[in-house]
Write a protein that binds this ligand. Sequence first.
Ligand SMILES: [Zn+2]
Length: 358
Amino acid sequence: MCPDEVDLYFELSFSVPVCLVLEADEYTRDIVSQAASSLIQRLPGRLKGVYFLGNPFRYHVLLHRDFPENAPHWFRENLGRVSLLNPVLESLEKEGWQQGVVIVLCSRPPVDVEDWLGTPLGERIVFVRMGDTSLGQGINEMPFSVGVDAILAGIHNPPLDIKVKGPGFFPLKASCEPKDTKPSLVCNAEGLSLNLSTAGEVDLSIHIKALCTGEPELVVKRQRGQEERIKGSRERSWFSKERWSPLSDEIKEVVSAGIEQRGFVCSLCGEEHDFDTVMCPQGGLVLSGIPLNTTVIFTREGFLALYDSIAYPLMDGKRVLTEDGRLFEWKGREWIFLRSIEPYEEVEDGKWALFHSL
Ligand SMILES: [Zn+2]
């Protein structure tokens, strides 16, 4: 199977969704209810639902006032249940709750808390202690008295490693918001990926043009919890079509000499130079007007510089030439690095490429 060209759009939210799990106990009901209400007020758009220990049912809170209006009734429904995490967490696992955080408000540790310590979902639980006594060793807890701000800071789970990868994936172009996000092509033992490093803490959106044989995914590793995989949506190309520029007569002569690997007479100094000379020894650029520090593809008539691309597809997508002059070839199942190109190497019928870094 040959890789196809696709256009994809991905989004990544820095603030993770939250589930609240409450203890329904006669003695703590009022403080738990008040604490939940003040947390809910600070989680607009992020609250997936409210649960009670021992009950897999999810209570929906769309507006903040839904909680105080319904809480007395919901607490009554759940009084006397065994304080268990299992019913709630199993239901979240079944739904594929991959990235969110679970906040448990309780005064005593749930009876099955040890079953979840150290599990991928367990790592994303934060216990907010409503009483004075610690919930026990190894439990990620904080007292409610630290305040809502500190609790929200404690559930912060920023992405540390963000990349796009997938079967037969080779990125050709990428455009990210915020703009300081740096996409870089990484080729290692795990295959090819496009790594996205971002300094900020703003939600990311990414448009990508790529070759692939399957569905590329955005793979995100946050500070806590397991890897999360986000599917992209297909879109109409975000990128404008490549614009080839014509070669001036003067440059055409230099490029022809390069293609034919023969010396040429330099228009700057009048001396003859080797075919791969880019800088005149007397000073000045032999290829004036042609961008350097990036791969440039020439035909006999025009050129295309790849500085705003990651790579350029050749031979109907069976070969790819990267912005920094590396040539890859599709070998039936994966991309294999062939070599860094030679000056004016013919990379496809009638196309020659040059990578020169100053
Ligand atoms: Zn010269």
